[in-house]
Design a protein. Sequence first.
Length: 227
Amino acid sequence: MNRMKTSFDAPAIDLDSASQAANADLDLESLLGGIGETKTKSKRTSYPVLPDPDGVAATMAQTSINLSEVKDQLETNNRLLGELVRPYFFEHYHGKAETESSIRVEAMDGKAVLVTLKNQCKKIETASALASIQNILAGREKELFYSTFDIKISGEDIPTVAMAPLITELKLLFERHGAGKALSLKRDFKPRPAFFTSRHTLFTVEENVTIDSVVPIITAIKVKGVQ
């Protein structure tokens, strides 16, 4: 089935005066309230154990655990290095209109790493997250920050009989408001939920292996919290 994604982006700085006034009065929290629901997931506590007479799977599982721990250490080290660099970045470029994207850090073996400071901040959902720095921003919140959002429409949850008129009306609606470019589309062709259980009774083991070679199941390795 199709999945549609609508994206809305309304930077406050580039809007004309009428749009700025409308944006200032817009209560996005109320407007977007009620869209999307969190689905609860059931948790399992016991799973079948893979037979491993030659120990190959055990070795690979241990490697996954070891590499996961190394990855965690790397991510922690990189985070701490970034925290160490940021104050120098602000000091070095204070008062300058242009900056380089990275700071070079010399390593002990003569090599070096570049710490890149992206034009991107940790995601926050509402302006209330800025409450503790309002005195620093001094009323420039709407000049320096703006609200944006994505609304995702699950095509597989739209009744078949309603799909054609709904999509047609949606396109016309956005065109009527001059927002046609805000609509984007991502196409998927995927198994229905019943496929993942029905396949075990519909097909032989060999057939399922063949099917998997064409439509492979995505696997994920969980390391943390496994008892």
